[in-house]
Design a protein around this ligand. Structure first.
Ligand SMILES: [Zn+2]
Length: 85
């Protein structure tokens, strides 16, 4: 797991990237009380199970991935172009 700090709310999360589209995020604090975006969504009565999460945090994670600080894990079998079998 890789530690990422949200640039906006400074919450720390642990991130594991399994594939370009699958990112596992583990909060070290309770996001629903410590992240202002979560708190705002909850106050507006949003369904928290479908809440996509803190956008600032996602931007921070994307940044780390783009700069290579978080590698995409390849131990899961991914289809490799040009490979048969
Ligand atoms: Zn946040």
């Amino acid at each position: 797991m890789y530690e990422v700090t949200c640039a906006t709310c400074s919450n720390k999360v642990l991130v594991e990237k399994f594939s370009p589209i699958h990112t596992s995020i583990q909060w070290t604090t309770d996001a629903r009380t410590s992240c202002p975006e979560f708190v705002a969504a909850a106050e507006q009565g949003q369904d928290m199970d479908s809440f996509p999460g803190c956008t600032a945090l996602r931007a921070s994670i994307d940044d780390q991935v783009r700069t290579g600080k978080i590698p995409t894990n390849s131990f899961r079998a991914e289809p490799t172009p040009g490979q048969i079998g």
